[in-house]
Ligand binder design. Sequence first.
Ligand code: DAH
Length: 338
Amino acid sequence: MKNLEDLQKEISKDLDKLDIQELKKKYLAQDGLIRKAFSEISNVSKEDKAEYGKELNNLKNEIEKKISSYDSSPVTETKRIDPTAPFDTNTDPDKRPRVLDLDGSSHLLMKELRILTDIFLSMGFDIVESRQIDDDYHMFESLNFPKGHPARDMYDTFWTEDGLILPAHTSTMQNRILSSTEPPIRTVIPGRCFRNESTDSGHEHTFFQCEGVYVDKGISISNMIATIKEFLETYLETKLKVKIQPAYFPFTEPDAEFTISCPFCNQKGCSTCGYTGWIELMGCGMIHPNVLKFAGINPEIYSGFAWGFGLDRLAMIRNNIPEIRELRAGNIKFLRKY
Ligand code: DAH
């Protein structure tokens, strides 16, 4: 009975101090204190047994009542999570946001980004992250889109009230990389991009792109094809047939759309490749002489290639995900699966 009194004191303190999860864990779980106290009933003297059982039941009811009052209270009254607060997994395992696994976990896109940047690092590229707010010069002018150029309309760009932009592609970084590095230049630039798009299963307003630039003496389009093919075969872990087809970008000459044989159907035709056997994966081309000049590189001496692909798109192909919006929907089932 003495133990029961101590337990009662502890509970009355905890009812105001602990949240539901903590109360459940401490008192009602398999190894919780209430169960433990019940299992000790065999050690209680015969005459006290009934009283002990009754008291214990009362304590249990008190805790359950507190828990059900929490369950039915409005959302605004529940404890808020501060996702920026540091937590110590050793001492504080239950205080973390519950979307995280016990070890913490990365989002699928971040895992893919790590795989992909490791491949480029092993191929001798540097990695630089792009900016999330930029200006007209880097989005357009330095990429050979003069003011009023009709190709500006290819990009549904978000502008801020004071004339800055949310980058619609990672090519915004080309001028910065080219003007701050001496050739040979081999840089991969992943980053978040934004477009004022209507969304569907293949389009999002926010997505990741990954830009690549390669500049040196004597670089040709066959170096470009070999580099991109090598990367894609390593990333998708399969041999691919590739072809380039004509495209148009003001910042490349010639410009191309890099296309791979469909890794799902071996070119027999399936819904992923739209029954064509081919998947268009990215824009690419030889860097336009004007873009090199804007960055202070002499196009008579140096040449180079560049590409830009959507990371979401590639991650979807590698993981067989049909719906791009799932990547940012915050659906716990989806997040747990990947
Ligand atoms: N920035 C282009 C886009 O988002 C893709 C692209 C095409 C990037 C050709 C390049 C390139 O670097 O050379 O549509």
